[in-house]
Design a protein. Structure first.
Length: 261
């Protein structure tokens, strides 16, 4: 699959919630070549500090070569990224990795927790073009509070989807974990796509395996290069062989991942 290194002009930088931002850049080559579930490596400042790029899921692609990235400020790289303003340039490499497989016309469940919601918006839009009517798909989203979750729920609702929400504090939707919403909808779907914290994905993988429902997971790990050279994003398969999230993923069949060592 082709990937590009591209100078991207910042078009917009929205703050959706405390420490949560959506960055929009004009990146026509990467946008045109991208698929849901792939990611980019972005240079977070115009200096050599921090030296390494940061990986981010492709949150959305819109007309005119616009690429959207969703992120939360949690460290030095994202604090630097937060300082980018419209009109400035940044440098991206992408699209990288293997994305979601969704060619079959069948009802699906998209389940995201926290910043794991990021790659699911682009997938939700793409499903409208290739699969059954949007009302047949289940969208389950979870976060700590309504402040963090409500703007992301609205994105999916604007596409015409009905969204079930869950928050840790009960301020929006179900009071509890988003995984608790899956049991009710699992009999009505043929595939589950999930991204979120590792414990959440492990729990969903077990539920799907017990119900004999295929599950695809989008893994998030630390990585230095995004190209398979540094080997910093290594995970184990069930047979104890190695996989690299940047090269073999980030999207895997849940049965390809060893969830506990």
């Amino acid at each position: 699959m082709p990937n590009f290194q591209e100078k991207a002009l910042v078009q917009a930088h929205e703050q959706l919630a405390p420490d949560i931002f959506r960055l929009t850049v004009h990146s026509p080559q990467i946008a045109q070549a991208s698929a849901p579930g792939q990611f980019v490596m972005i240079k977070s400042s115009n200096t050599s500090d921090p030296l390494l790029r940061r990986p981010f899921s492709i949150h959305d692609v819109t007309s005119g070569g616009m690429l959207h990235l969703l992120y939360k400020v949690i460290g030095k790289g994202t604090r630097c990224l937060q300082n980018l303003s419209p009109g400035e340039q940044t440098d991206l490499i992408g699209p990288l990795g293997h994305g979601f497989q969704f060619s079959v016309q069948e009802p699906a469940c998209l389940l995201g927790g926290g910043m794991g919601i990021a790659p699911l918006l682009y997938l939700a839009k793409s499903l409208q073009n290739v699969s059954s009517p949007r009302q047949d798909h289940q969208i389950l989203l979870g976060a700590r509070t309504s402040v963090e979750l409500a703007p992301l729920v609205d994105d999916f609702q604007q596409l015409g989807y009905t969204v079930q929400a869950a928050t840790d504090d009960g301020s929006l939707g179900h009071h509890g974990f988003v995984s608790e919403l899956l049991e009710e909808v699992l009999p009505s779907v043929r595939t589950v796509y999930v991204c979120g914290p590792h414990p959440l994905m492990a729990a969903i993988a077990r539920q799907c395996q017990a119900a004999d429902v295929p599950c695809q997971v989008s893994l998030e790990t630390h990585m230095a290069c995004g190209l398979g050279a540094c080997l910093g994003c290594t995970i184990y398969a069930p047979d104890k062989s190695y996989r690299h999230v940047c090269k073999h993923g980030p999207v895997f069949d849940a049965n390809e991942v060893l969830w506990t060592l």
